[in-house]
Design a protein around this ligand. Structure first.
Ligand code: 5GP
Length: 187
């Protein structure tokens, strides 16, 4: 059985991703200058593919760093409990920061990161997220650049996983319910 058989339907095609990532890059290219040298902080693991495509289309000088946050385990619903698994290598004090997220769902993860970063006194913080699931929001979070709004469904592919798999699917798909029904929520 192919991974693709676990996808109920394609929500965002490879071509649509390519077009939208280029548009987001153009928006960012219009805002940032070489002099600012922002640090793009890729939130692992889900945002790795988005970052890789985005960074190649940015024309201003920038640095890249990584942060890994855990909140989900193998469930499909956020508990609001967030942990730092890998912290930044860089110091962000006095720097311009761009948080690169895969998807903002309840908002708890991003809210935690924003509050955590605020204590480190960066000059500016903006957020770019490939996907936004506003119907599930529990905490208000500011989003500066958004790729696509998605419905209240569990999505995977283009970096987003289910139980650590499917990240290599090149499009955003909606998982068939039977692939996650066997696993209890919040596990
Ligand atoms: P939040 O804290 O906003 O509820 O969730 C943020 C994180 O949960 C995202 O960075 C992502 O890793 C994960 N997440 C939320 N919704 C989905 C989804 O539909 N599919 C996948 N694969 N991950 C999701």
């Amino acid at each position: 059985m192919s991974m693709h058989d676990d996808v109920a339907r394609i929500l965002v095609s490879e071509e649509a991703l390519r077009v939208r990532v280029a548009e987001i890059a153009a928006e960012m290219n219009a805002i940032y200058t070489d002099a600012e040298v922002p640090i793009l902080v890729c939130i692992l693991k889900g945002a790795f593919m988005f970052l890789a495509d985005l960074t190649r289309q940015l024309t201003f000088r920038h640095e890249i760093d990584f942060m890994e946050i855990s909140s989900y385990g193998h469930g499909t619903s956020s508990t609001g409990v967030v942990r730092i698994l890998l912290d930044l290598a860089s110091t962000i004090e006095g720097r311009n920061v761009v948080i690169v997220e895969d998807i903002v769902d309840t908002g708890h993860t991003l809210d935690y990161i924003l509050r955590n970063f605020a204590t480190r006194q960066p000059t500016s913080v903006r957020v770019v997220t490939l996907l936004n699931k506003p119907s599930r929001r529990e905490v208000e979070v500011p989003l500066d650049f958004v790729g696509f709004e998605v419905p209240n469904e569990f999505v995977l592919g283009y970096g987003l996983d289910f139980a650590e798999q499917y990240r290599n699917i090149p499009y955003i798909g909606i998982a068939k319910p039977e692939i996650y029904q066997a696993i209890p929520e919040g596990d």
